[in-house]
Write a protein that binds this ligand. Structure first.
Ligand code: 6XA
Ligand code: ZN
Length: 346
């Protein structure tokens, strides 16, 4: 399987995030991608290629222009105001506060466009997120050009990023960009399957009112887990998108057996949709050793997950999302990809 990768992810290196009442070193850090890349190479998964440059146009099909302009300029505006330290928001709108005016101040706009205090904007954020978007779209193109599958090894991740919001370490929605790219190249229907531990609230929001992109998500129950306000079983899409979002929330402590039962429900929905291709939001934070998550996957279970995805028999674009047990991350992620390949070969 081809891996699409750019070193530009190093540009995103936040210093601190707010977690459990403390400022702690960012879990989402460059070592994550480095260890996965090492494992891709040592396992002989296949060629590692650089992304093609797509420019900002395709990003604007998925994200709001005002939001994209904000992301591009946020660091310089922040530094002019506060100096060279991570940009973090301080306050947000409550539901009945007005959204009519986009704040002029950078601090106001950080709050306006974000939903958490764990996602620092740094000097290199815009560089890194553009490269990640390019990797995701390149992987999509390679699959449409005939590769059975491709893997976008990216960070920062994307599935929490909505049309006009960032949070959960995510700024641009790489999986949504891959899905939209395949629509633009003529695929009628795309399924996005999100197997990260956390609910992909950004992907859900982007495709909420659409019937051409099915969003299916297995994740920790938002009654217990971040992002808390999205991912309940009764969220099914709206308008013509009604029925094209499927959430399968699972309790803390979920291991492979229980997960596999939910996966069968997800697979049946995807098969009924009969998509032209599949995008997998691939998080490995379902691992038992993950420092911020509470599922119980063992490393071998990721092989089983890969085989289960191969059972869908679809051209598949894997896009990296979360996973913070850095030492095990390479093995766990590549297990999914290798499990997929060996099952696909039969
Ligand atoms: C809140 C937890 C952020 C979760 C990021 C993630 N500090 N999403 O892995 O998939
Ligand atoms: Zn996650």
């Amino acid at each position: 399987m081809i891996t699409v990768y750019s070193d530009a992810h190093h540009a995103q290196e936040g210093r601190a995030e707010l977690n459990d009442g403390q400022l702690v070193p960012c879990y989402e850090k460059p070592a994550r991608a480095r260890i996965v890349l090492d494992r891709v190479r040592s396992a002989g998964l296949g060629p590692v290629i650089a992304p093609d440059p797509y420019g900002v146009e395709p990003i604007l099909e998925v994200h709001d222009k005002g939001y994209v302009d904000f992301l591009a300029a946020a660091w310089d505006e922040w530094v002019a105001e506060h100096g060279d330290r991570d940009a973090l928001p301080l306050n947000w709108l409550a539901p009945n506060m007005h959204r009519r005016h986009v704040p002029a101040s950078i601090d106001g706009r950080l709050g306006y466009y974000s939903f958490d205090a764990g996602t620092p904007i740094t000097a290199g954020t815009w560089t890194a997120v553009r490269a990640a978007a390019d990797c995701a779209m390149t992987a999509a193109d390679r699959v449409l050009d005939g590769e059975p599958a491709a893997y976008a090894l990216v960070r920062p991740p994307g599935h929490h990023a909505g049309r006009a919001f960032y949070g959960g370490y995510c700024f641009l929605n790489n999986a949504a960009l891959a899905a939209q790219r395949m629509r633009d190249r003529g695929c009628a229907r795309i399924a996005v399957l999100d197997v990260d531990y956390h609910h992909g609230n950004g992907t859900q929001e982007i495709f909420w009112r659409r019937s051409d992109v099915l969003f299916v998500c297995l994740h920790a129950d938002p009654r217990q887990e971040f992002p808390y306000f999205s991912g309940h079983a009764d969220e099914e899409g709206e308008g013509i998108g009604q029925g094209f979002t499927l959430n399968l929330p699972l309790p803390w402590g979920t291991g492979w057996e229980e997960y596999a039962a939910a996966f069968r429900v997800a697979a049946a929905r995807i098969a009924a949709f009969a998509p032209d291709a599949l995008v997998v939001s691939l998080g490995a934070d379902t691992f038992i050793g993950d420092p911020i998550s509470r599922f119980r996957f063992q490393s071998d279970d990721f092989l089983r997950l890969g085989a289960a995805v191969a059972g869908l028999s679809l051209p598949t674009v894997f896009v990296q999302e979360g996973g913070y047990a850095v030492e095990a991350l390479g093995v766990n992620v590549v297990n999914v990809l290798a499990g997929f390949e060996s099952a696909a070969r039969g």
